[in-house]
Design a protein around this ligand. Structure first.
Ligand SMILES: *[C@@H]1O[C@H](CO)[C@@H](O)[C@H](O)[C@H]1NC(C)=O
Ligand SMILES: *[C@@H]1O[C@H](CO)[C@@H](O)[C@H](O)[C@H]1NC(C)=O
Ligand SMILES: *[C@@H]1O[C@H](CO)[C@@H](O)[C@H](O)[C@H]1NC(C)=O
Ligand SMILES: [Fe+2]
Length: 441
């Protein structure tokens, strides 16, 4: 009996596998899942670990690390040559949190600067332990972003990180779902150790996904305890009152991080903040606007279909009127690129939508796409990988998608040249400052 069922199952799997629409390129065989990784401590208890950095304002960097002991000093010493720390900072905050029987280590957030653009700094945390280094992003074009969501911590994650790290970039953008700890707090520590070699070298700018929520009835009703403590982002600098949504400027790009799991209706703080934030963008200073959000507003994968619909209905018009250039989402474990869209129709003045939730999490890939493919979906494929957005100047940017199972990241499985709305004649942003600027020309 059992044998009969298993052969039936095998038959169904083979049948599913032979359907043509699972994958955009038929010659390509889809990789199987890979096991989870747990990264244990490698340093002595007095040394800093889980070091990562993030941008704060235009010339400062926040350095975050964790120590097991409460009494370790919150100091970052830094300089422009190895071992030679002519500057130091103790500006910032430290925190720790409890989650049931788990007590986090001491989480240090120290801001350093001002720093020069496009420059390498060497640094040490807490007055001891290993030396790290990072490069600041440039203050002008060109700038290159690495973009990937739903990272998790499996051997596929390790492969994604390796691909990302093997070619230079300036800033990593992550549209949600980091550790997949899902309330197992030691997995947040493991994630911090896994990403340290990358996140200590280049700023990681993240927004949250469903795997960051970690609410528990009555006790932890508001959730995000681990996320908000460990991945503090520069929300105050953008006038946001929540670490769950914010924006920042880097080298001519205005990047907006939205929150799929905080209120987004027209009466919400997030909505009001977004409206104000978009109104402040000066296209003369930041010609490009990119938005990241966890749950995609456009998605032809059967996984999570329609989940982003209420947020889309609430906020899409704001992004459209502001002439946002691209919206990146995660959540769906696949890659998908749309054409310019507004209100479900191709629209030359709408943003391009991308799903880049293919970082390597333990849940595996989202294999099944809607069939036939709607005409607004230009490319879709269920494979692990990451994206790169190189912004060359105020008018041109290049997007590319890199699969993990290519030998290296020089191969582009998908690519596209983008032209900015700031340089467009037919789709000017509905924006006073921008209009004034154009009038002066
Ligand atoms: C940043 O530095 C690199 C190498 O030092 C250089 O090739 C690049 O042009 C610089 N970028 C900018 C925007 O200045
Ligand atoms: C912007 O960069 C693109 C791609 O490198 C190039 O073709 C174009 O001429 C540049 N435009 C300006 C104004 O520099
Ligand atoms: C990347 O892989 C291709 C094909 O395997 C190879 O020809 C190329 O030299 C590799 N490039 C790098 C930088 O390793
Ligand atoms: Fe998700």
């Amino acid at each position: 009996m059992a044998k009969k069922y298993s052969s039936l199952l095998l038959f169904l799997l083979l049948l599913l596998d032979s359907l043509p629409n699972f994958n955009a390129s038929p010659e390509y065989s889809r990789p199987p899942p890979r096991p989870a990784i747990f990264a244990g401590p490698t340093r002595s208890k007095s040394e800093p670990e889980q070091v990562h950095i993030s941008l704060v304002g235009k010339d400062h960097m926040r350095v975050t690390w964790i120590t097991s002991h409460k009494h370790e000093t919150s100091i970052v010493e830094y300089g422009t040559s190895p071992g030679n720390y002519d500057k130091s900072s103790m500006t910032g905050e430290r925190m720790s949190y409890r989650y049931f029987f788990y007590n986090s280590g001491e989480i240090h957030h120290i801001t350093i600067g001002s720093l020069g653009p496009n420059k390498t700094y060497y640094y040490r945390c807490g007055g001891n332990g290993p030396e790290f280094s990072f490069k600041t992003p440039p203050s002008t074009f060109p700038i290159e972003f690495a973009i990937v969501g739903d990272l998790g911590q499996t051997e596929w994650t390790a492969s994604t990180l390796e691909h990302i790290g093997s070619k230079d970039y300036d800033v990593l953008l992550l549209p949600g779902d980091l550790s997949y700890a899902d309330t197992q707090q030691p997995l947040w520590d493991s994630f911090g150790r896994l990403v340290e070699p990358y996140a200590s070298k280049r700023p990681w700018m993240v927004t949250h996904g469903n795997h960051e929520i970690e609410t528990f009835p009555i006790i932890y009703r508001h959730g995000f305890r681990a996320y908000n403590s460990r991945w503090l982002m520069p929300y105050q600098q953008s006038g946001s009152t929540s670490n769950l949504y914010y924006s920042f400027d880097v080298a001519g790009c205005h990047v907006i991080m939205l929150g799929s799991y905080v209120d987004f209706d027209a009466q919400s703080d997030q909505y009001t903040w977004l409206q104000g934030d978009l109104a402040k963008v000066d296209r003369g200073v930041t010609p490009w606007i990119f938005v990241l959000v966890h749950v995609p507003w456009y998605n032809t994968n059967l996984a999570h279909k329609g989940e982003g619909e209420s947020m889309r209905k609430s906020m899409e018009e704001l992004l459209y009127n502001a002439r946002v250039d691209v919206v990146f989402a995660g959540h769906v474990h696949a890659y998908e690129r749309f054409t310019r869209v507004y209100d479900n129709k191709a629209d030359q003045c709408g943003p391009i939508y991308m799903t880049i939730g293919d970082g390597g999490n333990r849940e595996g890939l989202a294999m099944i796409f809607e069939n036939p493919s709607p005409s607004i979906s230009m490319f879709r494929e269920a494979s692990f990988g990451h994206g790169r957005l190189k912004v060359y100047n105020e008018t041109h940017a290049h997007w590319s998608w890199h699969r993990n199972n290519e030998a290296n990241n020089t191969f582009m499985a998908d690519e596209l040249w983008l032209k900015s709305f700031a340089s467009s004649k037919s789709c000017l942003p509905h924006h006073e400052k921008f209009q004034e600027m154009k009038d002066e020309l």
